[in-house]
Design a protein around this ligand. Structure first.
Ligand SMILES: Nc1ncnc2c1ncn2[C@@H]1O[C@H](COP(=O)(O)OP(=O)(O)OP(=O)(O)O)[C@@H](O)[C@H]1O
Ligand SMILES: Nc1ncnc2c1ncn2[C@@H]1O[C@H](COP(=O)(O)OP(=O)(O)OP(=O)(O)O)[C@@H](O)[C@H]1O
Ligand SMILES: [Mg+2]
Ligand SMILES: [Mg+2]
Lengths: 256, 256
């Protein structure tokens, strides 16, 4: 049974792409057949696994707006056991172009249903908004992973995100569950980070993974080499933390 | 002659709100009549000057979608010499609601034209996307300030932003100019930050402000007190850097 997971948070710069690239590549390296779908017009997840968005001919834009089958847009084996549906800049137009279209919220869901038996894990990277792209993504998956930066503005946005997840559950996708909140970019030098972490654990208990991802310079350097952290610097604190995050997510299969 | 400035960058979490709140409040504290317009559904700029978005009755949503005059939506004197047009969550719906509307890109521009003679500076905080809200903002102002986080993904997105600014110049607002690129969240401990800063200065020369804003914990703590850095901790490195940034922007009046 394939597991489908979106990594979403409308707050910008909170580690969505870093989390999805790190976890998806760890899952692939562990031997699971993995598909990574980049639904952010910035194409950062595409870059993060070593593909140049400017050199791509078909992408998630064609899948959503022109209903190209996923099998026609994916790049196979960007990493061992991992295929990628890349994003390109024209995806930015999809937020507007999809609005008047038939079944506009469910286009990704129907595209995934045609290929899901080929994979064990399907991940989707979302843009920093709650528009048509994130809605398509949340309507298409069973689980949402929420990376939460331990900062004040990020904490403020969490309520809005969970409200929107609930709207999607009621209107488009009753199977949708928040399966994990991951505390990221934790800077042990600040009181603020500790306060945010404590408040989130009090409110959300078990949903919050035990592992906390520290702020780690190597994590921000890895994308410039087009490599996930596990390949760029497996000895780094960032790599160790994301291995632990991945294990917690893999373990959760047993609870589902 | 009023100066109108949008702070924009579709990359998330790069310091747009921190920059606009810090600079707008410094400009107001220096005695200029200032209006801050929050066009991000997250409402972080609203929070950043001490107003709770959940307690607000009229907002930028009403101005854009229902054509309420700005004078009916603003909160006066949130700081000395500063008025605020707050943002609320329903603004997230505006990206979709505006699509079929008449003159959808120019609604903010016409709203500002009715009040601009009451101000010396008008600032707009943008969400992390290039949708209808950012387009409205870029069509309404004469200048764009681009905060650039000194990291790889942020650098990648700069080209896309500048292309979109050009499209707006050609199609909606010929007066629009990029007036400043501000290097922010600079972490002196990393080679990456230095490399990004160097590359940006080589490409964009004079556009890049001399001042570089360091990563400073006090900056991330200020929003939890609803205060701009100049009020929260004027002695901090972050406050000093944003005073220097503000001076460079004020000086630029002479060049315009
Ligand atoms: N734990 C970490 N330590 C240090 N840097 C990090 C960490 N996680 C992410 N980063 C860096 O912080 C920046 C923001 O992360 P990322 O781009 O993954 O966030 P995002 O939520 O995907 O952003 P967006 O909202 O624009 O899609 C990137 O430059 C990334 O390299
Ligand atoms: N120079 C800095 N040093 C340390 N922290 C900073 C600095 N500038 C901003 N921050 C913090 O980094 C986070 C991102 O900044 P901010 O929210 O201003 O970015 P943004 O571009 O407005 O994000 P969004 O794309 O979500 O609108 C915030 O938690 C903020 O407090
Ligand atoms: Mg991202
Ligand atoms: Mg912001």
């Amino acid at each position: 049974m394939v597991r489908t997971l979106a990594v979403a948070n409308q707050k910008g710069g909170v580690g969505k792409t870093t989390t999805v690239v790190s976890v998806a590549s760890n899952v692939a390296l562990a031997g699971f057949r993995t598909l990574l779908i980049d639904l952010d017009p910035q194409g950062n997840a595409t870059t993060g696994v070593g593909v140049n968005p400017r050199e791509v001919s078909t992408s998630s834009y064609n899948v959503l707006v022109q209903q190209l089958p996923l099998s026609g847009a994916r790049i196979q084996n960007v990493l061992p056991n991992m295929d990628l549906v890349p994003a390109t800049l024209d995806l930015a137009g999809a937020e507007v172009e999809l609005v008047p279209m038939f079944s506009r919220e469910l286009r990704l869901r129907s595209a995934i249903s045609l290929v899901e038996n080929e994979y064990d894990y399907i991940f989707v990277d979302c843009p920093p908004s709650l528009g048509m792209l994130t809605i398509n993504s949340l309507a298409a998956v069973n689980e949402v992973i929420v990376p939460l930066q331990c900062e004040y503005y990020a904490l403020e946005g969490l309520g809005q995100l969970l409200t929107n997840v609930q709207l999607i559950q009621e209107g488009l996708n009753p199977d949708l569950q928040v399966s994990a909140i991951v505390l990221v970019m934790f800077d042990a030098r600040t009181r603020l980070a500790e306060q945010v972490a404590q408040e989130v654990r009090e409110h959300f208990g078990e949903l919050v993974l035990t592992t906390v991802v520290p702020r780690s310079i190597r994590l921000s350097e890895a994308p410039s080499y087009g490599q996930p952290i596990e390949i760029y610097d497996p000895a780094s604190a960032g790599a160790a933390a994301y291995r632990a995050v991945t294990n917690e997510i893999l373990e959760a299969t047993k609870k589902l």
